[in-house]
Design a protein around this ligand. Structure first.
Ligand SMILES: Cc1cc2nc3c(=O)[nH]c(=O)nc-3n(C[C@H](O)[C@H](O)[C@H](O)COP(=O)(O)OP(=O)(O)OC[C@H]3O[C@@H](n4cnc5c(N)ncnc54)[C@H](O)[C@@H]3O)c2cc1C
Length: 436
C-alpha cells in the first residue's frame, strides 16, 4: 500500500533537517450520533466503510475483521504533480514571468538562500525543495524564529541598500525580495516591514539630513531595531485625534513626551513587546499652550541589552489569530525626555528657544503633508493580498493536479483529469490575453 499522506520528508540534502510537528488530524477522537431513515442506510454503511478504511490506513491498525476488506486503492495514493503529470501545454517560463514580473534572478537568489537554511523548514517533495513556516509553534517560538530568520537574511546581504541605495533598480530589487519574503511568511515580512518601511520610512520621509545620517545605515544593518508608534487604544483611523502630548522645554532643549490617560497608550505597536530599541512616536505638539497638531519624534525604548528605558512602560499584546511572529505591544510614556533634534522636521521644526516654525501655515495642509508618505504603507498592505492570491493559485493548481475525487476503475468518472484539462485551457487563454 502506498502512503496516503505526504507528511514524511523525502531524503533531504545534507545539512537540512525535516520539520517535525505536523498535526495528525486522525489523532482526534470522533464520535457521531446518526439517526438515519432505513432507505439511507446503504449510503451510510458505504461512507462508514470508506472512513474506516482511511483511518486504518493512516494508523496502520492491526488486521481486524474489517481490515480484511481493505485492498490497495489508487484513490488513496499521492504523487506530487511534477511526477504524475504530463508537462504543461503552456509555457511555464512565460507564466512565471507574468506572475513575478521583474527581478527574477534576485527572487531565485533569495529563494535559494532560504532553502539552504533549516530556519526556513525546507521540505523535499517530488524532487523539489519547498520552504514553509511551522504555524504550530507557540507564539514565543514564532517570534524567536522570525528574529533568527531576519538575522540570517541580514548576514547574507538581503537588506543591502534597502534604505541607503536610491534609484529605480534598487527599489525594484527591494520589492522583489520583499515579495519572496512575504510569500514565505507574513510575520517575517511584517516584522521586516515595520522596521524598514514604517520606522525607516518615517526617518526617510519625515526626517531631514541629520536624521538620515544618524539612523538609515544603522537601521539597514539592524544596529538598532525600529518601531512605529502611531495608533493608540482610543485612536486608530483618526490619527488627528491621538492624545499623546509632547511639550518643549527651552531650558534644557528637550521635548517631553507624555501619555496623559489610558486611551492614549500606544497600541498594537509591532516590535514593541520584545525586540524594538527605538520608536517613532506620533504625538500632539504643544508649544506655549498652543496645540500645533500631530508630529513625529524619535525615542529610544530599550538599551542594547534589551532593558526597557526609564519612564517607559511596555506590555505585550499577546497571542493573535495570525502574525504571531510579530511582537505587538503597548507603550506608555511618563514624561520621557528626548533631544530637540529628535523631532522629525521635514514639515515643521522648533527652534532652540522654543519657536514653532513651518512653511505650511494651514494645519490641515500640514497634517496632509505629514501623512502623505504613509500612503506607500497602505499600498504595501494591499499588494500583500496579491501575494497571497498568487500562493492560493499555486496551491489550488497543485491540489487539483493531484486530487483524485472519484474511483478510476472502469465505468466511473476520472474527475481529476477533467480539472487538469480545465486549468490547462484556462492558463493558455490567460496567457493569450495577457502576454500576446
Ligand atoms: C496586527 C496589527 C499590527 C499593527 N501594527 C501597528 C504598528 O506597528 N504601529 C501602529 O501605529 N499601528 C499598528 N496597528 C494599528 C493599525 O494601524 C490600526 O488598527 C488601524 O489604523 C485601524 O485603527 P483601529 O484598529 O483603531 O480601527 P478604528 O479606527 O476604530 O476603525 C474601526 C473600523 O471602522 C472603520 N472606520 C474608521 N473610521 C471611519 C470613518 N471615518 N468612516 C468609515 N469607516 C471608518 C475602519 O475602517 C475600521 O473598519 C496594528 C494593527 C494590527 C491589527
Amino acid at each position: 500500500m502506498e502512503p496516503c499522506s505526504d507528511d514524511e520528508d523525502e531524503d533531504l540534502p545534507p545539512g537540512l533537517i525535516p520539520s517535525s510537528s505536523a498535526i495528525d488530524v486522525f489523532d482526534v477522537g470522533i464520535s457521531i450520533l446518526i439517526t438515519t431513515p432505513p432507505e439511507s442506510m446503504e449510503k451510510v454503511n458505504f461512507r462508514t466503510q470508506v472512513l474506516t478504511r482511511h483511518l486504518q490506513d493512516n494508523h496502520r491498525v492491526a488486521a481486524t475483521a474489517t481490515a480484511t476488506a481493505i485492498s490497495s486503492s489508487p484513490c488513496l495514493s499521492y504523487t506530487p504533480p511534477e511526477v504524475s503529470e504530463q508537462p504543461s501545454s503552456f509555457d511555464v517560463n512565460s507564466m512565471r514571468k507574468l506572475m513575478d514580473g521583474h527581478n527574477l534572478e534576485d527572487r531565485d537568489w533569495l529563494f535559494n538562500l532560504m532553502i539552504q537554511s533549516r530556519l526556513f523548514n525546507p521540505k523535499l517533495r517530488g524532487g523539489k525543495l519547498f520552504v514553509v513556516p511551522d504555524y504550530n509553534q507557540s507564539m514565543e517560538q514564532q517570534r524567536e524564529i522570525t528574529m533568527k530568520r531576519i538575522q540570517y537574511l541580514l548576514d547574507h546581504g538581503v537588506f543591502e541598500g534597502w534604505l541607503t541605495r536610491k534609484g529605480f533598480e534598487a527599489e525594484m530589487r527591494k520589492l522583489a525580495l520583499l515579495e519572496v519574503i512575504e510569500i514565505f511568511d507574513h510575520s517575517l515580512a511584517i516584522k521586516i516591514g515595520v522596521h524598514f518601511f514604517l520606522w525607516g520610512g518615517a526617518i526617510q520621509f519625515f526626517g531631514t539630513k541629520r536624521h538620515h545620517d544618524k539612523w538609515l545605515s544603522a537601521t539597514e544593518n539592524y544596529l538598532i531595531k525600529g518601531c512605529f508608534s502611531m495608533t493608540e487604544l482610543g485612536h486608530g483611523s483618526n490619527v488627528r485625534g491621538i492624545e499623546t502630548i509632547t511639550t518643549y522645554d527651552s531650558k534644557t532643549g528637550e521635548f517631553v513626551i507624555n501619555t496623559p490617560c489610558e486611551s492614549a497608550q500606544k497600541y498594537w505597536i509591532g516590535g514593541a513587546a520584545n525586540h524594538g530599541t527605538h520608536t517613532v512616536v506620533f504625538s500632539q505638539l504643544n508649544i506655549d499652550g498652543k496645540n500645533e497638531g500631530v508630529h513625529a519624534f524619535i525615542t529610544q525604548i530599550r538599551d542594547e541589552d534589551g532593558n526597557i528605558c526609564p519612564n517607559i512602560r511596555i506590555s505585550d499584546c499577546g497571542h493573535k489569530i495570525g502574525l504571531n511572529g510579530v511582537d505587538n505591544g503597548r507603550i506608555w510614556f511618563d514624561n520621557v525626555r528626548i533631544p530637540r533634534e529628535n523631532l522629525l522636521n521635514s514639515v515643521a521644526d522648533v527652534s532652540p528657544d522654543g519657536k514653532y516654525l513651518s512653511a505650511i501655515k494651514d494645519p490641515d495642509q500640514r497634517f496632509g503633508a505629514f501623512m502623505a508618505p504613509l500612503t506607500s504603507g497602505r499600498v504595501t498592505i494591499a499588494v500583500s493580498a496579491i501575494y497571497s492570491a498568487k500562493i492560493s493559485l499555486a496551491i489550488a493548481i497543485r491540489y487539483s493536479l493531484t486530487r483524485r475525487a472519484f474511483s478510476i476503475t472502469p465505468n466511473t468518472l476520472k474527475f481529476s483529469c477533467s480539472i487538469t484539462q480545465v486549468i490547462s485551457g484556462a492558463f493558455s487563454l490567460f496567457l493569450q490575453r495577457h502576454m500576446l
